[in-house]
Each structure stands twice: as structure tokens, then as C-alpha cells.
Design a binder for this molecule. Structure first.
Ligand code: ADP
Length: 725
């Protein structure tokens, strides 16, 4: 027979009793209350059989009466949200049955142990978790005992109730009742421990949520602040260029800030009960169509088709235009944010009448990346964002929490269905009422046209081609990895004079570009979609093609932990947003200067390890790898760049660019210098004559060897071993 582990049994019970309406703590109580009922039910079956065997006819009906109670209570207990009520009513019923059984058996002294069953019921009610009911049941039990005591003189003890029978039944009933009590105590201890663990877990979650809040909110604030303060600076310096574009950009960024502050305030306002509905009566179809159309151009700029469909005819009803706008805007901006290019978003509004209840149903469906099943239950929680999300888009995790609160305020419901890689559907269902003042414009004129924009958290994707068009060559190559178009534009405007700029909008793209172009320096944000800044630095520093490139990390998190994390992954510098233009330029230039210094040291054959040492360990190792390859094949004249590339697994252009970045001289020239240096050593240590030294260092043509040797060292090879007079 298959045996089950304790965990398997508990999992089966939890599945059997699952109820999405209950909190975890209530589910835990329900689980143990059910186990308690099962155990006591088994005891009742055992006692009933015992009664039948012993032929205790006067009380035979007590067993079936108990079992009938269980038969009714078990299904109700499972389905009913108030399982505690079912349990308490059942136990009250048992106490009454016991009362009658005691009367039939001749009172307290001859009750065969029935007197204990009542206390068992009262104790069991503790598990249901309602203190009032528990007190009530104890009182009821006490009353039945007192009443039996009062009626005692009038009760007759039946003839079967001999001392032998009485002892057997008393002992056996007492046994299982005691077992139940013990079980209750153990169970309580367990429950307590478990509950404490849940509490600790909850506290940890609150703590995590707080940290998430600080991190996300500071990122969300710092990015617009960087653009605002940067553009303000540019407006002073390049008045002509920025006076026209600047104010609009600053306004856009301040709207993003305003939206954030509003969201946070709205949530706390709803929580404090300080937000009210301001209802109008109008055609909700028209109003939602208007809201959807406000998102059309944003969807188009992301190459997403946005479609609207509504039921036929107008649907006049009460709604609060401002709050409905917030709901639709949050759902639509999320749909745009999480749908890939070429995807579709459908907004459907329709009217439903069911069992006399009228509702309006708003469905926002997208063909985006979807939400993992385990995250779905959390997405309406404050500050929750889907974790380890490869497409992680910056956000605060406030939008849906606010949306849910608003829907609740309207006495509606919001549900979500989602499948990873297929898409998500948010369904809002609001009750229809018709009592508010009529608005002939359906609320459209009541909302500020800019307000819709204000709730748009999606900024345009980075426009790479436009930025690439403004760069010019002949300068160090700088790769900017940043997902916010405005930040990129600002950085390009201050850096284009000094650098040839390339842009990537996320870590993944940034890494690909870095491999392709091997830039001189990289500037990257931390919070980005697909691959964040930390991962990018890690990949760059672990790839032989890019490990030499200095990286500056731009961060919205000024805390020590984040800096440490970045430096651990190998970032060369940190810059906290909002940053100062001069500070950025200074850091970039310092890093480039340090590179140049390093190139001077690394470009010289022979390599002086003492001089180069620590900060360039990685670079040194790379050169040493090349030296080893050359040493092994020094005599082969044709051994060159292609052979080195295939040995270390780099493409020729990548190798060429990396080598030049390290040494500032060409690899061909370097190999020649290296061969000549080796020949010189051979001659100096007198291990070879000139012909041997030339051949062993890969020069077949002797006169060519002499010429290049003189070029390199200023004297001919034959002069080396001549005695100096
Ligand atoms: P945020 O401001 O971070 O977007 P929300 O509360 O609006 O916060 O959303 C919470 C999380 O739910 C998001 O981080 C995202 O992972 C997920 N989410 C919301 N809407 C969608 C959607 N349409 N498709 C996929 N994921 C979504």
C-alpha cells in the first residue's frame, strides 16, 4: 500500500479546503479545524459501534445524531466562507444532543463519560477562532451540566447501566476524548509556531516592500530630475538651441514627477477615507473611446495597434470621469509598456444585465509578455513588480494598487487573466446607476486634456538613428546605454563635442553593440529593461573582447550598497543622478587619461610588469597570452594576427580594436618589435649568432632583419657582441 508523508497529507487537505476568499491565516485555522472534526468524527464512529456491541439501547440514537451533524457540516464547512460558524453551530448542536443523552442515561454520575464530550466540543470551538462563540459554547455546556444536576432527582438510571458496562464505556470514551485533548494542545503549539513564522514573513515582506519603495521611487524621481536640471543648465549655455525645445521637455518631465506624487497621495487619501466620487451621468462608451484615443499616438510610436470596441448605442450611466480616466490610463499605459512592437491592444466596453443586476464591463487585453502565474495574485499589491522579469521595465508598482482601490471605491471589481508570452487581460466590472447630474459632454470637457498625458508613464523609446546622425568621427567612441530618451538626448547634447557617440536602449543591446564596435568608454544606467546595468558590467568585464573598456555607471540609487554592488561587478566609476555636466565630463576624461597612460606602458616591448601591475591586471594577462603564443611560434615567419585571433577566439576587427585600445599601436608593429626584442636577447646572451637569431625570431631575409633591427634599436645586430674598445 502506498504510504503518504505528513506533507503530502497536509497538501491534499489544503487543496481540498482551498478558498481564494480567505487570508492565509484563516486557511491555516480552517485546515486544523477540519482535522479536528475528522478526528472527533472517527471517535464518534468508534463509540457508536461500541454502544451497539454493548447493546446500550437507551442512548443508541446519540451516535447517529452526531453522525448526521457531521454529514451536514462537512460539505458546508468546505464551501462556506464562514467555516467557523459551521463548526460552532455543529458543536452547539452536539452539546444539546449530549444533554439529552445524559438525561436518558440517568444523570451526571451514570452518563458513561458523555459529560466529557461536551467539554471536548467547547475546546474544539477554540480552533474556529471566534472568541465570542467559544465563550458561548462553554456557557451552553455549563448550563447543560447545571440543568442535568437540577433534574438529577427526577432521572432514572436504566437497568443495563451496570457498573461493568459503565466502567467500559466510561474508560473508552475517556480514552479518545483525552487523545483529542492532547491532539488539540500539540496542534495549538504547532499553530502558534506557524503563525509566528507567518507573522515574521509578513514583517519581512513589509520591509522588502519599503526597500522596494525607496529604490523605485528614488529612481523614478532622479531620472526626471536629471533631465530637468541638465536641460536647465543647457538652456543657460546654449540658449539658442535649447530655449525652443527645453521648456517642453522640462514640462514633460515635471508631469512625470507630478504623476508619481499624485499616485502616492491618492493611495494614502483613499486609505484615509478622504477621497470621494464626483459622479456625472453621461455615455460611458463615448468617454472611454475618448480616453482610448488619447493613447493612440503613443501606441503608434511603439508600433502597437490599439483597437476600441463598444456595445451598440449609448450607455448612459453615472461615473466619475477623473477616476475612470486614472483606471483606464493605468491599464492602457501598462499594456503599452509590456507589449512588444507589432503587438495589439483591445479595449472593449459592454453592458450586461444579469439577475436584475446591471453592470458595465471594461476589458483591456494585450498580446504582450504576460504575467507569470505566481505573480498574478500579487500585482495589485502596493509597490509590487514582477520579480526576475527579463523585460523589467522601471516602474513603481503603484499603478495597479491605485487602480484596484479606485475600482473598489466605485463598488466594482477588477480581475486579471494572463499567460506568459501570450498576453494579459484586465477586466473591470462596475455597477450601473443613474442618479447623478447629466453632463452632455460625457465628462470629456471635465478632464484636463493634459491630465491624460500626466498619467502616461511611458516615455518614447530611444530614437537611436536620430542620435547617430548627429555624431561625427575622429573622437573617442562613447557607448551610452540608457532607456530614457530624454536622458540620452541630454547626454548627447553635452558630450557630442568630445565623443563619437553610439546609443543602446537596454543592457542586452548595449552588450551586443559593445562587442560590435568595441568602444573606448561606456556610460550605462542601472535600471533598464531586459538586462540591467549590473549584469551589463558583469558581462563586459567577463568577455575578453570588452574587459578592458572603462565603464561609468549612472545610478539613481546613491546608497552605499548599490555602489558596492556596482564596483564589485567591475564598474570603474559611479555617478549619481541627477549628475552635474562637468562632473560627468571630468570622470570620462579622467578614465580616458588613465587609459592613455596605460597604453604608453603596455605599448612598449619588453613589457615592464612592475610598472604596469595591479589596476591593469586583466590587460596584462591578455598581453601575456599573446606573448606566450608568439614565443611558441617565433621562428615561423608567417605566424601573425590571424593565428592569434583563432587561438584566442576573437574576430580580427575585434582583436585589432582591443589591441589598439590597450597599446595604441598596431598589432603588426607590436609583433615585429617583439620578434626583434627576442633576437636582441639571443644575441646579448650570446646563445646565437646573427643568422641564427634572425631565423629563430622569424626573419628569413637577413638584410631585412638588419634594416628593421637598426630601425628599432638604432644599431645593427652585428654590433651587439663586438667588444667595445
Ligand atoms: P508599475 O508602475 O511598475 O508598472 P503597476 O502596479 O502598474 O506598476 O504594475 C505592477 C506589475 O504588474 C508591473 O511591474 C508588471 O510587471 C505587471 N503588469 C501590469 N500590467 C501588465 C501587463 N499588461 N502585461 C504584463 N505585465 C503587467
Amino acid at each position: 500500500m502506498k504510504s503518504y508523508s505528513k506533507q503530502e497529507i497536509l497538501t491534499w487537505i489544503d487543496r481540498h479546503l482551498a478558498d481564494s476568499r480567505l487570508e492565509p491565516e484563516a486557511l491555516l485555522r480552517k485546515r486544523w479545524a477540519w482535522i479536528w472534526m475528522v478526528v472527533t468524527c472517527a471517535g464518534v464512529i468508534f463509540s457508536t459501534i461500541l454502544f451497539l456491541v454493548l447493546d446500550v439501547l437507551q442512548a443508541w440514537w446519540a451516535g447517529p445524531a452526531f453522525l448526521l451533524g457531521y454529514a451536514i457540516a462537512f460539505p458546508l464547512f468546505r464551501r462556506f466562507r464562514r467555516f467557523d460558524l459551521v463548526m460552532n453551530i455543529l458543536f452547539s448542536y452536539f452539546i444539546i444532543v449530549i444533554f439529552f443523552a445524559m438525561l436518558k442515561l440517568g444523570g451526571l454520575k451514570t452518563s458513561l463519560g458523555f459529560v466529557f464530550i461536551g467539554i471536548n466540543c467547547a475546546m474544539g470551538s477554540v480552533l474556529a477562532g471566534r472568541i465570542r462563540w467559544t465563550v458561548g459554547i462553554f456557557l451552553l455546556y455549563g448550563m447543560t451540566i447545571v440543568l442535568t444536576g437540577i433534574l438529577q432527582p427526577y432521572l432514572e438510571t436504566p437497568s443495563f447501566n451496570s457498573p461493568r458496562i459503565s466502567t467500559i464505556i466510561f474508560v473508552s470514551l475517556n480514552l479518545w476524548i483525552n487523545a483529542c485533548m492532547l491532539f488539540l494542545v500539540v496542534l495549538f503549539m504547532k499553530d502558534k509556531n506557524r503563525y509566528e513564522r507567518i507573522e515574521a514573513e509578513n514583517l519581512r515582506k513589509i520591509d522588502e516592500a519599503k526597500t522596494r519603495l525607496y529604490t523605485n521611487v528614488s529612481h523614478e524621481f532622479r531620472t526626471p530630475l536629471t533631465v530637468i536640471s541638465g536641460i536647465a543648465g543647457q538652456m543657460e549655455q546654449q540658449e539658442e538651441k535649447w530655449m525652443k525645445e527645453g521648456p517642453g521637455k522640462i514640462r514633460m518631465q515635471s508631469q512625470i514627477l507630478l504623476r508619481l506624487v499624485n499616485q502616492m497621495l491618492d493611495i494614502s487619501k483613499i486609505e484615509a477615507g478622504g477621497m470621494y466620487l464626483d459622479l456625472i451621468k453621461g455615455d460611458i462608451y463615448k468617454y472611454i473611446q475618448f480616453l482610448t484615443s488619447s493613447f493612440q499616438s503613443l501606441a503608434e510610436s511603439h508600433n502597437i495597434a490599439l483597437k476600441f470596441k463598444s456595445g451598440s448605442g449609448p450607455l448612459n450611466m453615472d461615473y466619475d470621469p477623473e477616476k475612470l480616466m486614472q483606471i483606464i490610463s493605468n491599464l492602457l499605459s501598462n499594456a503599452i509598456k509590456f507589449t512588444h512592437q507589432g503587438g495589439q491592444i483591445y479595449v472593449e466596453v459592454f453592458h450586461k444585465k444579469e439577475e436584475g443586476k446591471e453592470t458595465v464591463n471594461i476589458h483591456v487585453r494585450d498580446t504582450g509578455k504576460g504575467i507569470p502565474q505566481e505573480a498574478v495574485i500579487h500585482i495589485f499589491e502596493r509597490f509590487y513588480q514582477v520579480p526576475n522579469n527579463e523585460d523589467e521595465t522601471p516602474g513603481t508598482g503603484l499603478g495597479l494598487a491605485l487602480t484596484k482601490e479606485l475600482v473598489k471605491m466605485m463598488k466594482g471589481q477588477i480581475l486579471v487573466r494572463s499567460k506568459v508570452n501570450e498576453g494579459s487581460e484586465f477586466r473591470v466590472c462596475l455597477p450601473v446607476t443613474r442618479g447623478a447630474r447629466e453632463d452632455t459632454n460625457h465628462g470629456i470637457l471635465l478632464v484636463n486634456p493634459n491630465a491624460v498625458q500626466q498619467v502616461l508613464p511611458v516615455t518614447d523609446p530611444v530614437r537611436e538613428h536620430e542620435i547617430n546622425a548627429v555624431v561625427s568621427s575622429g573622437k573617442p567612441i562613447l557607448l551610452i546605454v540608457e532607456d530614457n530618451n530624454d536622458v540620452v538626448e541630454y547626454m548627447v547634447s553635452i558630450l557630442e563635442k568630445h565623443f563619437f557617440i553610439e546609443v543602446a536602449s537596454n543592457g542586452e543591446q548595449g552588450f551586443k553593440k559593445a562587442l560590435q564596435i568595441v568602444p573606448d568608454i561606456i556610460l550605462t544606467d542601472i535600471m533598464m529593461p531586459r538586462m540591467d546595468g549590473y549584469e551589463l558590467v558583469d558581462q563586459l568585464k567577463n568577455d575578453v573582447n570588452t574587459d578592458h573598456i572603462p565603464v561609468i555607471v549612472l545610478t539613481a540609487r546613491g546608497d552605499f550598497e548599490s555602489k558596492l554592488k556596482g564596483l564589485e561587478t567591475g564598474a570603474d566609476h559611479f555617478l549619481v543622478k541627477p549628475f552635474n555636466e562637468r562632473e560627468l565630463l571630468l570622470k570620462l576624461n579622467n578614465l580616458l587619461k588613465a587609459r592613455r597612460k596605460m597604453q604608453k606602458k603596455l605599448g612598449i616591448v619588453p613589457l615592464n610588469k612592475q610598472q604596469v601591475n595591479n589596476p591593469y591586471r586583466q590587460e596584462l594577462l591578455f598581453l601575456e597570452r599573446i606573448h606566450k603564443l608568439l614565443d611558441g611560434k617565433l621562428h615561423m615567419e608567417n605566424f601573425g594576427i590571424n593565428d592569434i585571433c583563432s587561438s584566442i577566439g576573437m574576430s580580427r576587427p575585434q582583436f585589432y580594436r582591443k589591441f589598439t585600445a590597450l597599446t595604441n599601436i598596431s598589432i603588426g608593429r607590436y609583433i615585429r618589435s617583439y620578434r626583434l626584442y627576442k633576437a636582441k636577447v639571443m644575441l646579448e646572451t650570446k646563445t646565437s649568432n646573427v643568422t641564427e637569431a634572425a631565423l629563430d625570431s622569424g626573419f628569413k631575409n637577413l638584410s631585412h632583419f638588419s634594416t628593421v633591427f637598426r630601425e628599432e634599436f638604432g644599431y645593427s645586430p652585428s654590433e651587439i657582441n663586438k667588444p667595445v674598445h
